[in-house]
Every structure is written in structure tokens, then in C-alpha cells.
Ligand binder design. Structure first.
Ligand code: SF4
Length: 352
């Protein structure tokens, strides 16, 4: 196969040479949803937050190349030391869910909510959000969360204030709320396309405990209950594991739900011969199937994240050829400062 007129084998060869030449000065991070070739050439693989922490602990590395979507590279830049340069091989690789929480819309929603509730509300954002939205949370005493600690962070939020304003993934928030037993009549959805109060009344906002931004991941909301019924019919005795970004109806029908790191561990630890049906991005499911031939690992349905897929071997090569210069992730110091406060708060709460 050829990319930009260069043979794939040659691209891989050149990437290997540049890795060798840069040695400890370079760390390539590959998200679980990246295509196999990228993951194989990465120094570390993992979910977004694992990778950012991994990068931050590699103090020898001067250059961090993040193969994932933009908010992930931004998180690495927030956590990086001053001497480290973070590069994102494909700047157009954004995350639609993160983009659904536009910082201006979030500030405007906050203005409207606090006019009703005063300061008795705290913002918590999923790490799948822009650096500006993370900074917004840090500035207002809030925190970030991951898909594995969302419940814990929401509980912490309630120890601080009566209401939690949760961004940007409505489904992660809903699934966490179900586990925490937050009554449905105490939850409101903030529809950011509505001009006033996210489509709610003042009374609804005032009486709520959880205000959920109406964002979603199109990769995970692709999975429907019919897919789970069909999987159980085709693979009797299988275990169905899905991501908490899925609809609550899908999570309810599954045997387990958890982060990508949880799914990887689940497959690794499953007994030989077991059948595991996974509801997440297809690149991860295919790689797990490839790496665990002693188990049957099957996708709940084929759902691909086209933005993750924008990172190619050629864009990785171009980045390495222009190390320290091309597609450098730059954020204002103020944004980095407050976004780090939100990330640090999450680490503090999650470690308790
Ligand atoms: S899988 Fe979903 S949340 Fe993750 S980057 Fe793609 S669109 Fe965003």
C-alpha cells in the first residue's frame, strides 16, 4: 500500500530509524482506538488519561507525539513539564463529543444556571473535553473525571455543592447517576441548542441535583439494545462488555460496563475459550481479537471513530521528520493553569 506516494514498508522503516535516532528524547503515545500500525510503533498504548500521565512521567523525553484526538494531545500538553514539546500528528483529528461543549456556550450556560442557583453548583467535565472547558471547571472549583471514576467525582461534587453540572457526555453522566441512585426527577438535560436555560424551566433547574450537558459520542451511541439481543442469540453464554458512553438501555442489558482500560484488562483476564462481545471502537476490538487468539473476542457492532483514524503512518512520519516544529500543541498559560487544577483535583479525589 502507498501513502502520499511512499510505500507503507518504507514509511515504517523511516519511522523506526527516527525513533532510534531520537532515543530517550522521544515518546510516541498511541491511544487504544488507533489503527494497529500506529499502536505497534508507539512506545506506550492506553486510554487518554493513562497516556498523558505516562508522558508526564517520562521526564527525559523532550518530544511527546500523541497519536489520538486533539483533546488528548491537549491533556498531555497540560501535564507536560516546561521543557517538553507535545505534537499532534493530525490537527484536524478532533472529537465531536468534545466539540459539542463549546467554551462560549458553557460559560453562557453557567451564567444562566448560577443566576438561578447562586454558587450552589459545581462543574465536572469528562476528560473528553477541550482544555478551555477543563479550565472552566478548574476556575469554578470543579474537576475533571474519566469514564472509570465519574461516579466517584460526582459523589465528591455533592460533598461540595447541592448540584453538579456535568459535561459534555450525557450518557456517561446518566450511567453514573443510575449507579449512584440519583432520582430521575432530579436530573435535567441541558440542550445547548436551546436559546434559554437549555430548554428547561427555572424551577426544573432549581430543583435539580444533576444538570447534564447534552453531548454524546456517535461511536458509542451507535450501539442499540438489538445488538445485545443479537449477540446473545449468536453467541449463547457470551459476556457482553460495553463502554459507559453507550445509551443506558445498552449498559443495562450488558454484563459489564467500563473504560477502555477496563475492557483490555477484562479480555486479558478472561479464561481461555471464553466469548466476549465488546461494545466500543472497532480498532480496539479487532486488536484484542488479534492479540488473544485463545479467546473469542467479537464486536457488538462495527463502529469506527473516523477522527482517531485520521492519524496515519504518513502523518506520524511527517511529525517525526519535523520534530519539535510541526503541529505543536500550544495553549495559553492561563488555560493550562486552571485545566491542571481540574485534573489535579480529579487525581486527588480518585486516589482516596
Ligand atoms: S470514540 Fe467518541 S469520544 Fe472517543 S474520540 Fe471518537 S468521537 Fe470522541
Amino acid at each position: 500500500m502507498k501513502f502520499g506516494g511512499i510505500d507503507e514498508k518504507e514509511i515504517i522503516e523511516r519511522i523506526r530509524e527516527l525513533k532510534e535516532k531520537l532515543g530517550d528524547e522521544l515518546v510516541i503515545l498511541g491511544h487504544h482506538y488507533q489503527r494497529r500500525g500506529i499502536v505497534e510503533l508507539s512506545h506506550f498504548r492506553g486510554d487518554s488519561f493513562q497516556l498523558s500521565r505516562q508522558a508526564a512521567s517520562q521526564r527525559k523525553a523532550k518530544y511527546i507525539v500523541f497519536c489520538g484526538v486533539r483533546f488528548m494531545a491537549e491533556s498531555a500538553a497540560i501535564l507536560a513539564a516546561p521543557h517538553q514539546i507535545v505534537q499532534h500528528p493530525e490537527p484536524t483529528a478532533g472529537c465531536p463529543m468534545s466539540d459539542m461543549a463549546d467554551p462560549w456556550d458553557v460559560e453562557e450556560a453557567w451564567r444562566q444556571i448560577t443566576e438561578i442557583c447562586g454558587d450552589d453548583v459545581i462543574p465536572i467535565t469528562y476528560v473528553n473535553s477541550s482544555a478551555e472547558v477543563k479550565a472552566f471547571c478548574g476556575r469554578h472549583g470543579g474537576a475533571t473525571c474519566t469514564s472509570s471514576n465519574a461516579q466517584k467525582l460526582i459523589e465528591w461534587g455533592f460533598s461540595q455543592k447541592s448540584r453538579v453540572f456535568f459535561l459534555p457526555d450525557r450518557h456517561l453522566g446518566t450511567n453514573a447517576a443510575n449507579k449512584l441512585g440519583i432520582p430521575r426527577d432530579k436530573r435535567v438535560i441541558w440542550d445547548f441548542t436551546q436559546p434559554e436555560l437549555g430548554g428547561n424551566t427555572e424551577e426544573q433547574i432549581y430543583n435539580s441535583k444533576l444538570i447534564l450537558w447534552n453531548g454524546y459520542c456517535h461511536v458509542h451511541t451507535f450501539f442499540k439494545p438489538e445488538h445485545v439481543y443479537e449477540a446473545r442469540r449468536r453467541f449463547p453464554g457470551c459476556t457482553v462488555v460495553v463502554h459507559p458512553e453507550c445509551f443506558e438501555e445498552v449498559v443495562d442489558l450488558a454484563d459489564h460496563d467500563g473504560s477502555t482500560a477496563f475492557m483490555v484488562r477484562f479480555v486479558e483476564e478472561a479464561p481461555k475459550g471464553s466469548t466476549i462481545v465488546i461494545g466500543t471502537e472497532i480498532n480496539l476490538v479487532s486488536r484484542l481479537a488479534y492479540e488473544h487468539p485463545d479467546k473469542k473476542v467479537v464486536e457488538l457492532a462495527r463502529s469506527l471513530c473516523p477522527n482517531m483514524y485520521k492519524i496515519t503512518l504518513l502523518s506520524l512520519l511527517r511529525t517525526l521528520e519535523n520534530i519539535g516544529e510541526l503541529n505543536v500543541v500550544e495553549l495559553p498559560d492561563e488555560v493550562k493553569h486552571y485545566a491542571k487544577i481540574a485534573l489535579d483535583k480529579m487525581l486527588e479525589v480518585a486516589s482516596k
